[in-house]
Ligand binder design. Structure first.
Ligand code: TYC
Length: 101
């Protein structure tokens, strides 16, 4: 009978890094119509009407509102898409990103 000896290797510990997260922030302005902001929030950030209304009103009243948190690439892409949608319609609508603490 052939016997095979299997020598276990010391198991290398894999360490999974937590990806850094970035907030997308909606800035208020005096020119973009409220319903346009709501439409962009629904389209780019997949929000319901109610969620979009809440975020828009918070930005309107307080000057800014955190829209969502993503990994860096996704946050920057969505902020760009939202800002571009405003520009394409002639509005100064602005989304920024900020690293989460
Ligand atoms: N302040 C704008 C108005 O009164 C509406 C608005 C809300 C614009 C939120 C931008 O992030 C914003 N028409």
């Amino acid at each position: 009978m052939t016997r095979t000896t299997v020598t276990p290797r010391p198991q290398a510990k894999t360490r999974t890094e937590r990806p850094k997260l970035y907030k997308v922030i909606l800035l208020n302005d005096d020119f973009t119509p409220r319903d346009f902001v709501v439409t962009v929030l629904k389209g780019v950030f997949r929000m319901t009407e109610g969620e979009a209304l809440g975020v828009m009103l918070t930005a309107h009243r307080r000057g800014a509102c955190v829209v969502a948190v993503y990994t860096r690439e996704v946050a920057e892409t969505k902020a760009q898409q939202g800002t571009s949608a405003g520009q394409a319609a002639g509005y100064p609508l602005t989304f920024t990103t900020e690293r989460e603490e």
